[in-house]
Design a protein around this ligand. Sequence first.
Ligand SMILES: Cc1cc2nc3c(=O)[nH]c(=O)nc-3n(C[C@H](O)[C@H](O)[C@H](O)COP(=O)(O)O)c2cc1C
Length: 182
Amino acid sequence: MKVLAICGSPRKGNTEWMLRKLLEGLDSAEVDTELVLLRKLNIKGCDGCLACEAGGENREGICRIEDDMQQLYAKLLDADCMVFGTPAYFEMVSGQLKTFMDRTCPIWTKLSGKPIAGVAVAEGGIGQAIRNLRTYGKVCGMRWVGSVTALAKTPKEASKNPRIERRLRILAEKITGALKAS
Ligand SMILES: Cc1cc2nc3c(=O)[nH]c(=O)nc-3n(C[C@H](O)[C@H](O)[C@H](O)COP(=O)(O)O)c2cc1C
């Protein structure tokens, strides 16, 4: 079993810490985990050519933009479960995460049935950020497992709150249950 976490924060901060803690709770003999830091990758915006979709000139589900997204397609298809993490930016997912989501266009129909969970951090109001993640999962036909949200402003704030750590452990248990059920 493989769980792939995607971190949509442009800094080494709360979202990354939450995802690392969550994956720690999942690490076991049966579960392989990997954390992808979008901030370290060069992922350009989708240019809307739609060549990746059936009926387009390129029918193989391949994106023609040659950047670091190319190395993520196989990882996404290979994963048995995904966790998306984002800071709330204007009460929505970060631009980095949205850019990544848009670029999953060549493979989104192949994600159907996979479990998905989310974490989000905001200074004062999560707003639509978790709803954005759920909507992505719904459009792709994925199975929503659950989420953890945290209120924090400075990069290490969430890590000082034991209640968040406890909630991440509970989400890890839910993910383990979803993996066993699939
Ligand atoms: C561009 C930008 C927009 C933000 N918008 C919001 C917001 O709408 N609501 C909020 O409560 N916090 C907002 N914040 C604060 C961040 O969500 C907060 O600092 C969070 O801890 C960042 O998570 P990170 O440490 O994982 O990057 C914003 C921060 C930035 C840089």
